[in-house]
Design a protein. Structure first.
Length: 132
C-alpha cells in the first residue's frame, strides 16, 4: 500500500479558531476559512504561521441573525459563502472583498461551483439548488 500516517511535520499551520467549518484554496498562497465561532470568513496566506491577513463579514441588516458561515467555495474571482443562520449565499469578489449577489436558500450546508460557473447549494434538509 502507498499510505502513510500523517505527522506534525506534514502540518503547515494551526489556525487560531477552535471551530472551522470549511476551507477553500483560492490561489497557491491564499486560502479562505469559514469560521462560525468568529462569525467571519478569514483569509490566510500559506506559510503565515496562522496569521489572518483579512476577514470578511456581510453587513448586518435589520432583522438579521448573527452571521454563521458554514461553507465556502471559490470559482474564478468569486467566493460563494453559505450563511446558515440567515438562509443566504453571498457571492463575494475575492479581490475587492465586496459582495456581488445574495441568493436565498433555506439552511444552506455546502456549496459547489461547476466548471461552467453554475453554483449548486446543498441545504440541511437534503435539497439541492442550482443557480446559473
Amino acid at each position: 500500500e502507498n499510505t502513510r500516517r500523517l505527522t506534525s511535520s506534514d502540518m503547515i499551520m494551526t489556525l487560531p479558531s477552535l471551530v472551522v467549518s470549511d476551507a477553500e484554496i483560492i490561489t497557491e498562497n491564499l486560502f479562505a476559512v469559514s469560521d462560525p465561532a468568529e462569525r467571519c470568513v478569514a483569509f490566510y496566506y500559506n506559510g503565515s504561521n496562522g496569521l489572518m491577513v483579512r476577514r470578511w463579514t456581510p453587513p448586518l441588516g435589520i432583522g438579521d441573525l448573527l452571521f454563521e458561515p458554514v461553507a465556502v467555495e471559490a470559482y474564478a474571482d468569486w467566493l460563494a459563502v453559505a450563511d446558515r443562520a440567515n438562509d443566504r449565499i453571498y457571492i463575494v469578489n475575492i479581490i475587492s472583498h465586496e459582495y456581488f449577489d445574495i441568493k436565498s436558500v433555506p439552511l444552506p450546508r455546502d456549496l459547489l461551483w461547476s466548471a461552467t460557473g453554475e453554483l449548486f447549494v446543498l441545504s440541511e434538509n437534503g435539497s439541492v439548488y442550482d443557480f446559473t
